[in-house]
Design a protein around this ligand. Sequence first.
Ligand code: IPE
Ligand code: IPE
Ligand code: MG
Length: 253
Amino acid sequence: MTGKNLYIDPQRLPRHVAIIMDGNGRWAQRRGLRRVRGHAAGAESVRVVVRLARELGISYLTLYAFSEENWQRPAGEIRALMGLLVRYLRREIGELRKNGIALRTIGELGRLPPEVQEELARATAKNPPAPRIILTLALSYSGRHEIVRAIQTLAREVQAGRLTPEEIDQTLLQRQLYTNDLPDPDLLIRTSGEFRLSNFLLWQSAYTELYFTDTLWPDFREQEFLEAIADYQRRTRRFGLIQEQIAADSDGI
Ligand code: IPE
Ligand code: IPE
Ligand code: MG
């Protein structure tokens, strides 16, 4: 698959791509529009990126749509975001199912307005039986909160005498995360020129390749996505090993 001067190797696709979709407000403000118009334009980028991820054959796409910290934004903006989410779900669910895209969520869903929760439940109930791609929306999500929750669950197991502290390891902890059935992200993209994780997938991104771009989320479309994947494919992931070990491994030795 090629974009403008880009070659994407179908054999070396990231299995799981996570995206911090940032810059909607600035996109709107630069055009003299209200911030919410930027969120609406960003919803179109979501459609484009989901479609392309599926066409490329990426198995997991995780989108940071709303952080726990975002609850502190002005009430009007939060309302507009929740409204957009409901509209996105209503409009897209048929297409998602038809195209083999299963929807799931991570985050403190109980904090979302009831109509958003209902729409999410309706949408996820219609997931295709054998999906081609798992689309995960992070909503009211906080990476630190996710880890604290996991520790609380394990602490209760210890208190009940079902587990000893020594038995706690990375596997047990990761089983308690929202993402327990997802592989760690291979590639994490952040738009809008900010170089931070903003509390996204802190545990899971231990060895993730990070890609930062100045492009604002509403301008992030096919070409930008292909560029991020091409950049990923030029990297060598070492996971703490030395280059010779990596080369031997990929030779099948
Ligand atoms: C990202 O865009 C969307 C959400 C955080 C919900 P922003 O709304 O953060 O846009 P900027 O960063 O203010 O431009
Ligand atoms: C991160 O963006 C959260 C989402 C994209 C949903 P923010 O705009 O909230 O992050 P900060 O405040 O710039 O770190
Ligand atoms: Mg932002």
